[in-house]
Design a protein around this ligand. Structure first.
Ligand code: NAG
Ligand code: NAG
Ligand code: NAG
Ligand code: ZN
Length: 597
C-alpha cells in the first residue's frame, strides 16, 4: 500500500515538472442556492490555485517538522524545508531550479503550526426532528466549520420511512449547497430484505461505509437487540463499520415518565431521566453483541465514565497474560512477543513471570471498539441544566445528556491515554425559538448542541494547552484517526505530497473567544458562550482554496465534494482469521454413535 502510494506520487511529480499545468478554473459563485448570511466571497480573477505555506511547523499524527508546503490545484505537491528556491526536481534527470512566481500565493506560517484540517465524524446538518429542522444546513454549518478549522465532516443520512435509497436522495439534495467536503453515515431503523440489499448498494456503489443503530429514542429511531444483531451481521459481511447511540431506550422512556410524575418538567428532567447507568448498560450490551458477532464497533458520543469504562475493558479484553514454552504448538491468531520478566496486568494486577525458556503471549489487540467523545462531553457539565432561565438551560439539552462535573475530566483522560480515539461534536443546532417547543415538557425540547465551529479550538485549549496531549496527538484525534477509521487516509488527515490540500494554520500564541454574536452558525445561542482560550486557527485552506483568513470567510456554495468511503477499514484486518481460529477451537460437532435400541 505505501509503496503504491509513493510510486503514483513520484509519477505525478514527474508529470507536474515536465508539463506545468495552467489551470485556473473560475466557476465560483455560479450557484444561486442558499448563499445565506455568510455571503459568497468575491474571488478575483487574479486568485490562484497555487499556494506556498512557508516557515511553519508541519504536524502529522506521528511526526512534526519544520517544512514548507506547496499546493497546486487542490493537492499538496511537496512538503519540504525551504521550498522557496527549489519546488521540485525532474528526478532522475536534473534538478530544476524553480523560483516562486507571481502566481503563487505565499502564506507566512512562521512560529505557527500547519496541520491537516479537522474532520468532524459526527454532525447533523439540515436534520428534521420533532416537526422542525436544525437551523444549520449544509452551507451555514460548513461555513461555520471552516471558520473554526474543520474542513470535512461526516453527516448521518436518516432513512425515509425506513428506505435507505429514499433517505440518501434527500441528503444528496440537501448537500448540493456544500462549501466543503463531506461524507455520509447511514442510520438503520428497520431490517428486512430490502434494507439488507440497500445496505449492500450503499457500500458497493454509493460510498457509505458505516451504519448507525440507535438503542435510544423509543418508537422513533430505536432498534431492539434482534435488529441490532441482524445489522451487526450485515455490517460485518459488507466490511462496514457499525455505530451505536448507546442508551437504553426502554429505560429512558421509563425515566421520563418518572420525572413527569414527580412534576419535574424542565430541562433538568432531561438529565435526570437518562442517568449514566443507562448509557453504561447500552454500551456494554452493544460491545458484547459486537464481540458475539466478532465485528468492529464505533460508539458515538461517549458522555459518561460508565460508558468509557466499558470501552476500556473491551479494548483490553483479549489479553490473557500467560507464559508458554518456546516452540510449543502453534496458536493461530496469537502474536508472540518477547516479554520482560515480570508483567503487571489490568485491574487484577496479576504478575506473570516468564523463564528464559518460555515466552509471554497475548492476542495482539483487544476487542475492536472505537470510542468517540464529543466536545460538549469533554468540556461542559450538567449544572447549566438547572439554570433558572429556560433559554439558557434548554440550549444544553442533548442526548446522552451532558453529565455531572467529573465525567468530562475522566473522558479527557481517556482521550489522552488512547481509550477514546477521536473527537466529534454531534453538532445539531436548534435556536431558542425551537428549543422553546419544550417549555412545559422537557421531552419536547429538540435535542442538540453546537460545536462544529468550536471543536478545533476547544480541543486545542483543553487538551494541548493543558499539557494532556501532544501536538501530534491533537492532529490524530481531530483528523487523522477519523480519516483512517472511515478509510480516506491519506487523501484526508495528512499533510503529505499527494493528499488533498485541506490545511489549517494555527497560531499557538493567539487566542480565541466564543460567543453567539460572532459565531458563524445560524443559531442564536452558543453552549460555549464567553469561553476564551489559547490557540487560534488563523487560516483555513479547503480543497486548495483559502477560505478563512484575517477573520474573513470566503466560501462558495456548491464547491464541496462528496467523499466516497470504501469498506473494510483497518479494524477488519484479521477478523477472518480470528473467525477461523474460533471455529477450529470448538471441537464440535462431536461425532456420536446413534443408539440402536
Ligand atoms: C411513510 O409511510 C406512510 C404510511 O406507510 C405514509 O403515509 C407517508 O406518506 C410516508 N412518508 C413518506 C415521506 O414517504
Ligand atoms: C519479579 O517479581 C518478583 C516477585 O514476584 C521479585 O522477587 C523479582 O525481584 C522481580 N524481578 C524483577 C526483574 O523485577
Ligand atoms: C429560529 O428559527 C426559525 C426557523 O428558521 C425562525 O422562524 C425563528 O425566527 C428563529 N428564531 C430565532 C430566535 O432566531
Ligand atoms: Zn448525533
Amino acid at each position: 500500500m505505501p509503496y503504491h502510494f509513493s510510486l503514483s506520487l513520484s509519477l505525478s511529480l514527474l508529470l507536474f515538472t515536465c508539463f506545468p499545468s495552467n489551470s485556473l478554473s473560475n466557476q465560483f459563485c455560479k450557484t444561486e442556492i442558499g448563499i445565506g448570511e455568510v455571503g459568497c466571497g468575491i474571488i478575483s480573477s487574479s486568485s490562484t490555485t497555487k499556494l506556498l505555506i512557508k516557515g511553519g511547523t508541519v504536524v502529522n499524527a506521528h511526526h512534526q517538522e519544520f517544512a514548507d508546503v506547496y499546493v497546486e490545484d487542490g493537492i499538496i505537491v511537496a512538503v519540504e524545508p525551504n521550498l522557496r528556491n527549489v519546488i521540485y526536481t525532474c528526478y532522475p534527470l536534473v534538478a530544476l531550479g524553480y523560483l516562486v512566481g507571481d502566481d503563487v500565493k505565499v502564506i507566512d506560517a512562521t512560529g505557527k503550526y500547519v496541520m491537516p484540517g479537522g474532520i468532524d465524524p459526527h454532525t447533523h446538518l439540515a436534520m428534521e426532528a420533532l416537526n422542525t429542522e436544525t437551523v444549520d444546513d449544509f452551507f451555514s454549518g460548513q461555513a461555520a466549520a471552516l471558520a473554526g478549522g474543520t474542513t470535512m465532516h461526516i453527516d448521518f443520512v436518516i432513512p425515509v420511512n425506513g428506505s435507505l435509497t429514499a433517505g440518501l436522495e434527500v441528503y444528496e439534495e440537501k448537500a448540493k449547497k456544500s462549501c466543503m467536503d463531506y461524507g455520509f453515515h447511514m442510520v438503520i431503523t428497520k431490517f428486512d430484505d430490502i434494507v439488507s440489499r440497500d445496505m449492500e448498494i450503499m457500500v458497493k456503489e454509493r460510498g457509505i461505509n458505516s451504519f448507525k443503530f440507535f438503542l435510544a429514542y423509543k418508537g422513533v429511531l430505536m432498534v431492539n437487540d434482534e435488529l441490532l444483531l441482524e445489522g451487526l451481521k450485515r455490517c460485518k459481511s459488507l466490511g462496514a463499520l457499525a455505530m451505536v447511540h448507546a442508551e437504553n431506550g426502554d429505560a429512558v422512556f421509563e425515566g421520563q415518565k418518572r420525572m413527569i410524575q414527580l412534576g419535574i418538567t424542565g430541562p433538568e428532567g432531561h438529565a435526570l431521566s437518562r442517568p449514566p447507568l443507562l448509557e453504561g448498560e447500552a454500551t456494554a450490551r452493544a460491545i458484547r453483541l459486537a464481540a458475539f458477532v466478532n465485528t468492529p464497533l464505533y460508539v458515538v458520543h461517549v458522555m459518561s465514565i460508565d460508558a468509557m469504562e466499558e470501552i476500556a475493558r473491551a479494548r483490553k479484553s483479549d489479553y490473557f497474560p500467560k507464559c508458554v514454552a518456546l516452540f510449543s504448538s502453534p496458536l493461530p491468531s496469537l502474536t508472540f512477543i518477547k516479554a520482560p520478566r515480570n508483567l503487571s496486568f489490568g485491574t487484577v494486577n496479576r504478575v506473570v513471570k516468564c523463564t528464559s525458556t518460555t515466552r509471554f503471549y497475548s492476542r495482539h489487540i483487544g476487542q475492536r471498539v472505537i470510542g468517540e467523545p464529543v466536545v460538549s462531553g469533554l468540556v461542559l457539565d450538567d449544572s447549566r441544566l438547572w439554570d433558572s432561565d429556560f433559554t439558557t438551560a434548554s440550549k444544553y439539552v442533548m442526548s446522552p445528556p451532558i453529565r455531572a462535573s467529573g465525567h468530562g475530566k475522566a473522558l479527557q483522560g481517556a482521550l489522552s491515554n488512547g481509550v477514546l480515539q477521536l473527537v466529534g461534536t454531534d453538532h445539531c443546532v436548534f435556536n431558542s425559538t425551537q428549543k422553546a417547543f419544550g417549555i412545559d415538557d422537557f421531552r419536547k425540547i429538540p435535542n442538540g448542541v453546537n460545536g462544529i465551529e468550536e471543536r478545533m479550538h476547544l480541543v486545542w485549549d483543553t487538551m494541548v494547552e493543558s499539557g494532556q496531549i501532544s501536538v501530534t496527538d491533537y492532529v490524530r484525534v481531530t483528523s487523522t484517526e477519523c480519516a483512517k477509521i472511515f478509510n480516506i487516509y491519506p487523501r484526508k488527515g495528512a499533510i503529505i505530497a499527494g493528499s488533498d490540500a485541506d490545511i489549517i494554520i494555527l497560531n499557538p500564541h493567539s487566542s480565541f473567544e466564543i460567543n453567539a454574536r460572532s459565531h458563524h452558525s445560524r443559531t442564536d445561542t452558543n453552549v460555549y458562550e464567553g469561553r476564551r482560550g489559547k490557540g487560534k486557527v488563523e487560516v483555513t485552506i479547503a480543497g486548495g482554496r483559502v477560505v478563512w483568513e484575517n477573520n474573513e470567510l470566503k466560501v462558495v456554495p456548491g464547491s464541496g465534494k462528496y467523499i466516497k468511503m470504501a469498506p473494510f477499514n483497518y479494524l477488519f484486518s484479521g477478523i477472518d482469521r480470528a473467525d477461523a481460529s474460533y471455529l477450529s477451537s470448538l471441537n464440535a460437532p462431536v461425532n456420536r454413535f446413534k443408539s440402536t435400541t
